[in-house]
Design a protein around this ligand. Structure first.
Ligand code: PEP
Ligand code: MG
Length: 562
């Protein structure tokens, strides 16, 4: 038996069965030059391949929105011009020209800091492979031989690969490469298929038909397990299934504790795709729309019209449920290709988020106007990030008022009672929560940053990761202080940092009085199960006891024994 331990769980669950290994079909690309009189024919051949690929993609896009993106990429004018340029100027054949352009794009995507953008390199590879196959007239389906229910093992799986699979036969996925936001991960999550990605080298050992166990909860893969082990895991899988069914049965029940104390469960999203995914779950709305992704996915500052369309679609998809749009939170580790941030000693403490927006008021106003206009189409709330002073709030609200006045003058509709809130993610915001609460409609505690700033521990530094702990009593007291301050002034307090979905923290946060928990949509059912399983009275007592403790260890011990 061989075992792999994996850190990247894309979708939880157990898969037990034979492996089906998908090997990449290698296509050789002839690099021979063409003659000048072949140029036109070669360009036509490339354009015919684009047409064929787009026809296939249009069909696939009806089933899966990912392919709408691929459709656009296949017909992208910059890619077209790049390939045609190489055919005309360098007398390259269409296949060779395409591969060179693909390589150039892949290098650009892969060098990006943002994980989401890095993984777009795989879209480029997938689309160019499709074009290459169309150029060569090859129709490949690596799944044609898959006849029984299997665990798919591959180096990586592209959306085109997954589209060819008979999903009824897929027990699970294990890929050597890929991250948790790659397409195979998203598809696996959407279809609740167990999936482990970034496993590392496997294909040398795994052969089609070999018995496998995938424990995509713990992150373990066993090849060739003995019968006793298979029996143990079958039992685990059954229990897991039963628990999932129980979670599903809760989905239509109200978000309230046993003694009727209500709470709200919302999703964190970064784009329209995320919202479509999130609406499959029983969410009360979106507690955090990280609008910076719109900026990071673009090659220019998105125009008012582009943003308006995105926010409007988001609001409409939510059909009257809350959509909390956080204004641009860029800088720190989030960069833009088309804007050069100043070189700084401490970018996390530097020119970012609301600071940049209050400095570049044109950028900020464009966004505020787009949000306001979209607010006529749903229930939108505005949320400012990284606030540290009343001056910033006053300045941001002043610009908002200017935008409102402009729109009124232009006779453009917007929600005149639009709620305005702020993230509490700096020590300054916590200390001033009492004053802020009197000026805003809601708070949302961003524990990802709050923990980093409160403890002065870089959230991305692995060397000190043990110090980055939201159970540190200093952080817990900051959260409690914020909730108390908010409630004294009837300001609802939510949380959109990762801590909101921490298995051990939910009951404690409820007991502190947290009103809204916002998290990855896939986590909502589990948190609902936990919170519906307790009474508010017990949760309050737990919070009371936890807030008296002086170390994170003692808090965790209390929670584990409660
Ligand atoms: C946070 O800081 O907790 C938060 C939700 O914002 P982000 O993770 O985007 O910084
Ligand atoms: Mg933050």
């Amino acid at each position: 038996m061989k075992k792999w331990e994996v850190k990247k769980t894309a979708s939880k669950g157990y898969a037990i069965g034979p492996a089906y290994v998908v090997k990449k079909q290698e296509v050789t690309v002839d690099t021979a030059s063409i003659s000048a009189d072949q140029v036109d024919a070669e360009v036509s051949r490339f354009e015919a391949a684009v047409e064929k690929a787009q026809a296939d993609l249009a069909e696939l896009a009806q089933e899966n929105a990912i392919f709408a993106g691929h459709f656009a990429l296949a017909g992208d004018i910059a890619i077209h011009d790049g390939v045609v340029g190489k055919i005309k100027d360098e007398l390259m054949n269409a296949e060779a020209a395409l591969m060179q352009v693909k390589d150039e794009y892949v290098v650009i995507f892969e060098s990006m800091d943002d994980e989401y953008m890095r993984e777009r390199a795989s879209d480029m590879k997938d689309v160019s492979k499709r074009l290459l196959f169309a150029l060569k007239g090859i129709d490949d389906n690596p799944f044609a031989a898959m006849k029984e229910k299997s665990v798919i093992v591959a180096q990586d799986l592209t959306p085109s690969d997954t589209a060819k699979m008979n999903m009824d036969l897929v027990l699970g996925f294990a890929t050597e490469e890929g991250g948790v936001t790659s397409h195979v991960s998203i598809i696996a999550k959407n279809m609740a298929i167990p999936c482990l990605v970034g496993v590392g080298s496997m294909l040398e050992d795994v052969k089609t038909g070999m018995s496998m166990i995938l424990d995509a909860g713990k992150g373990e893969i066993f090849l060739d397990p003995d019968e006793a082990m298979v029996a143990v895991y079958k039992e685990k899988a059954e229990k897991f299934e039963a628990f999932q069914k129980e979670l599903e049965s809760l989905s239509s029940l109200p978000s309230e504790t046993k003694d009727g104390h209500g709470f709200s469960l919302c999703a964190n999203v970064g784009n329209i795709e995320d919202i479509k995914y999130a609406t499959q779950f029983q969410i009360e709305g979106v507690g955090l729309f990280r609008s910076e992704f719109l900026y990071m996915e673009s090659d220019h500052f998105p125009t008012e019209e582009e943003q308006f369309e995105a926010y409007k679609e988001a609001a409409q998809l939510l059909g009257g449920k809350e959509l909390t749009i956080r204004t641009l939170d860029i800088g720190g580790d989030k960069e833009l290709d088309y804007y050069e941030f100043p070189k700084e000693e401490n970018p996390f403490l530097g020119y970012r988020a609301i600071r940049m927006c209050l400095d570049q008021t044109d950028v900020f106003k464009t966004q505020l106007r787009a949000i306001l206009r979209a607010s006529a189409f749903g229930y939108i709330r505005i949320m400012y990030p990284m606030m540290i002073s009343m001056d910033e709030l006053t300045a941001a609200n002043h610009l908002l008022e200017v935008c409102k006045a402009e729109l009124k003058q232009e006779h453009v509709a917007f929600d005149e009672k639009i709620q305005v809130g702020m993230m509490i993610e700096t020590p300054a915001a916590v200390m001033m929560a009492e004053e802020f609460a009197q000026k805003v409609d809601f708070f949302s505690i961003g524990t990802n940053d709050l923990t980093q700033y409160f403890l002065a521990v870089d959230r991305g530094n692995q060397k000190i990761a043990n110090l980055y702990n939201s159970f540190n009593p200093a952080v817990l007291r900051a959260i409690y202080h914020t909730i108390q301050a908010g409630h004294r002034h009837n300001t609802k307090v939510g949380m959109c940092g990762e801590f909101a979905s921490d298995e051990k923290a939910s009951k404690l946060l409820l007991g502190m009085g947290l009103d809204e928990f916002s998290m990855s949509a896939g986590e909502v059912a589990r948190v609902k199960y936990q919170l519906r399983g307790c009474t508010f009275e017990v949760a309050e007592k737990l919070a009371d006891a936890a807030l008296k403790l002086d170390t994170a260890e003692k808090v965790l011990e209390l929670l584990e024994n409660s």
